[in-house]
Unconditional design. Structure first.
Length: 271
């Protein structure tokens, strides 16, 4: 039976994952840092993928109406070639294209990344670079909406998401920075970034699903995992709502400062 302290640790891990997944500060880095501080040794990526999937469900709840409309309009364009739905069809097409780089690299090097690039030095450097990227685009106010997306935009944003496979590089941060750097409006960059998260998260769940089911510790950790999952889902929902407001107000500089401070904390106190 799982003791109460272990339950609290996993609950906190779920909270950390949920709060940090939508915002550009690298949820994977925070989960690794908390594991180190708590002395938890979680083998493989099964737990991380599970709580990431909880964050995905929260994002699906927030964007459900947009997703339904996008799928409906994309289908109507394919079947009827109605020009009014062309924008949505292209948006779907660009999401597919942007998913390919990270999906391919993740499939080929998933285990190696999880085992090799979880070092605190790597995370500290990645957080520092994330902070620089956020600082550089903090004042950008793009004009391109969804209709302005082009193939090259999808490819560049997809490549940015590939870089975010490195722990410490924020996935949302990398894709939003790339989108805003290409002249997208903040709302468009945010939407494309989190729609892009959907296939990546589902793919990760498929890849790690069998490992999770065959986890030898699943019997004893089923309750902590379930608790972390629920907390991550709820925290992700409210964190995402909060971050959408932050994006509207153009306050990315605060996340840049946070990344710098966390990087310094790791280098000064955790090595």
């Amino acid at each position: 039976m799982t003791d109460f302290i272990t339950l609290l640790k996993y609950a906190f891990l779920g909270l950390v994952q949920g709060v940090t997944e939508p915002i550009p500060v690298s949820s994977s880095a925070h989960v690794i840092i908390v594991q180190k501080l708590f002395g938890l040794e979680i083998e493989g990526l099964s737990f991380e993928v599970l709580v990431n999937f909880a964050s995905l469900l929260a994002i699906l709840l927030i964007y459900k109406n947009d997703l339904i409309q996008l799928i409906k309009h994309g289908f109507l364009y394919v079947t009827g070639r109605d020009e009014q739905y062309k924008k949505d069809f292209h948006f779907i097409l660009y999401l597919v294209i942007a998913t390919i780089p990270a999906g391919l690299i993740g499939f080929l090097f998933n285990d190696w990344i999880g085992e090799t690039l979880k070092g605190l030095v790597t995370i500290a450097i990645a957080l520092f670079l994330t902070g620089i990227a956020l600082w550089l685009i903090r004042n950008l106010r793009g004009r391109k909406n969804e209709a302005g997306l082009r193939l090259k935009d999808a490819i560049i944003i997809g490549l940015a998401q590939t870089v975010a496979l490195i722990p410490g590089v924020s996935r949302s941060g990398a894709t939003i920075v790339a989108g805003m750097g290409l002249g997208l409006k903040q709302s468009t960059a945010l939407k494309f970034s989190f729609f892009l998260y959907i296939p990546i998260s589902i793919g990760g769940m498929i890849l790690e699903g069998s490992n999770l089911l065959h986890d030898p510790d699943l019997g004893t950790l089923a309750l902590p995992y379930a608790l972390a999952f629920v907390i991550s889902l709820v925290a992700s929902y409210f964190s995402m709502k909060w971050f959408m407001g932050i994006m509207e107000r153009g306050q990315l500089k605060y996340f840049s400062w946070y990344c710098f401070l966390l990087s310094a904390f790791i280098l000064l106190f955790m090595l």
